[in-house]
Ligand binder design. Structure first.
Ligand SMILES: [Zn+2]
Length: 530
């Protein structure tokens, strides 16, 4: 009996609290309290929500880290700080699903990630292409401790996991090795990885068979994570673009995960025009229930290291010294040179490989063809010589604009940068896309561009409280001056900040005010929501 009265009493208390909460919004007293809690109010802007809805003139209220109110323009509210966005676009902060920014985020001077903030990017993904950290917990703690300017989410890299278990040996994994890799991926998913990435084009990912990747992607799928892949072949290097796509779709289908195709492209003259074949394959698979998306950067050149671009995979096995030894082995010479020559041809010839970063700055800005001529060597011998002198970054002009545009308008394609040193995509991908394909070519509407850069991306990555301007969502918000939103970086000056982003809020903190960065590190580690 006593228990019964206790129960009844508790129920009445709960009901009282509940009813006061529900009716609270109509009581003036509570309204005043709510108003006082608004930290930042963005007024008079044209708000794009990140979803497929028309832009509206709205005022957006931010309390602490979250959006806490959205009102019609003209409704006045008290706030600690007001941002007047008259004539400007108010958009969710952009989410970049493919970056290589860990070195910067862990540094002391570039951890503000300003080259991304100034593009309007408030969240970056790392660990793409099979690379990146194996221990997600350790990395997330290091990032948080160091302080970061943008949010960061992590993928666990198949290549890194394989390297930790097997080194760079060129063979398939045995049962025991596979089990060890599965344990590492399980741990990573439990520690908040968004999924698993692979770089089956690169060493050591390229040494894995399809079933190995299925076994690991299945674990990501069990945790509702994605499978993000740099295809085994975007060209005609090994199995060919179409077969590599089939492999990726097969892996996702077997593993029951979402498939994101990293930086989708038809690379090189041999596969130009194959964007249509790719789109057909993808839409067919989607029709039978496979969930597929792709990200894309808006440039006709990819960026990579010279050795990855032109060296055969078998030459690079085991270690750097083994690699260099093979390069100078007279017995391998004729096979090696024939394969390098063919790889250079696929990419459009030595004139299409622009050196963008190297310790000897005299050759930066020259093509492989120029340098070879200068030094009186064949382009193949020049490439062999250069890769032994250190990392040579190249911009590889290997895409056709028809393919780029055909991919860009697909409803399952989102914006990314794949930013790397030496390529302007690291500083200017989002404004470049806006400038070129929204304003100039009118291939996309402003709304489509924003969705491709925020809401759709969040949905693909499984982020449930970012990517939209919506009550309860994290206040990652940008104010764009449409007329001045532009790329300043290009292939001769790749590291110039972009302009036109007037205000940036990261987790409710105002980090760019009237175009000026105010030295606040407001980024957080973003785990895959449970
Ligand atoms: Zn890649």
């Amino acid at each position: 009996m006593k228990n019964y009265f206790n129960y009844l009493f508790t129920l009445i208390v709960i009901l009282l609290i509940f009813s006061s909460c529900m009716s609270g919004t109509t009581k003036p007293k509570l309204l005043v309290n709510t108003e006082a809690e608004i930290d930042i109010l963005i007024i008079n802007g044209t708000v794009y929500s990140g979803e497929n809805t028309s832009p509206q003139q709205l005022n957006v209220a931010i309390c602490k880290q979250e959006v806490c109110g959205i009102y019609p323009k003209g409704v006045t509210k008290k706030a600690h700080k007001t941002i007047d966005a008259s004539g400007k676009i108010v958009s969710p902060g952009f989410i970049d699903p493919h970056t290589h920014t860990l070195a910067e985020l862990l540094s002391q001077d570039k951890n503000n990630n300003l080259n991304y903030l100034s593009q309007g990017v408030t969240t970056v993904v790392n660990g793409n292409d099979g690379d990146g950290p194996v221990n997600i917990k350790l990395m997330s703690e290091r990032l948080t401790k160091n302080g970061i300017g943008t949010n960061v989410a992590l993928l666990v890299g198949h290549g890194s996991v394989r390297k930790q278990v097997m080194g760079k040996v060129q063979r398939y994994a045995n049962e025991d090795e596979l089990k060890q890799m599965q344990q590492l991926v399980t741990k990573a998913m439990q520690d908040g990885a968004l999924g698993i990435s692979s770089g089956l084009y690169y060493v050591p990912g390229s040494y894995a068979n399809t079933e190995e990747v299925v076994a690991l992607a299945t674990i990501a799928g069990n945790y509702h994570g994605i499978y993000d892949t740099h295809l085994r072949d975007e060209s005609t290097f090994s199995i060919g673009f179409a077969a590599a796509l089939d492999e990726a779709i097969y892996i996702a289908e077997q593993a029951k995960t979402h498939l994101n195709l990293a930086h989708i492209k038809a690379l090189g003259v041999d596969v130009w025009g194959q964007s249509q074949i790719a789109i057909d394959k993808i839409t067919q698979a989607q029709r039978r229930g496979v969930s597929i998306s792709a990200d894309q950067y808006p440039w006709l050149a990819s960026g990579t290291k010279l050795h990855s671009a032109v060296m055969p995979k078998w030459v690079m096995a085991d270690s750097v010294s083994a690699f260099h030894k093979r390069l100078n082995d007279p017995e391998l010479s004729s096979r090696l040179k024939a394969e390098i020559k063919e790889n250079i041809r696929r990419r459009g010839g030595a004139k299409s490989l622009l050196i963008t970063d190297f310790k000897d700055e005299n050759i930066v800005g020259l093509t492989l063809k120029d340098v070879a001529k200068q030094q009186g060597l064949t382009t193949v011998n020049m490439a062999i010589k250069l890769v032994q002198q250190g990392d040579v970054r190249v911009a590889s002009f290997n895409m056709s604009s028809e393919d780029v545009e055909r991919f860009m308008v697909q409803p399952w394609v989102i914006t990314s940068s794949d930013g790397t040193n030496g390529h302007p995509r690291k500083y200017a991908s989002f404004p470049k896309k806006f400038q070129n394909y929204v304003m100039h070519k009118k291939l996309l509407s402003v709304n489509q561009f924003i969705q491709q850069s925020s809401g759709k991306t969040a949905r693909i990555l499984g982020l449930t409280d970012r990517g939209l301007i919506k009550e309860g969502y994290k206040a990652d918000i940008i104010v764009i001056d449409k007329k001045n939103f532009k790329a300043n970086a290009n292939f001769s000056k790749w590291n110039k900040y972009s302009s036109g982003i007037e205000h940036v809020l990261v987790n409710g903190q105002h980090v760019i005010e009237s175009g000026r960065y105010v030295n606040k590190l407001a980024g957080q580690f973003v785990p895959l929501p449970r």
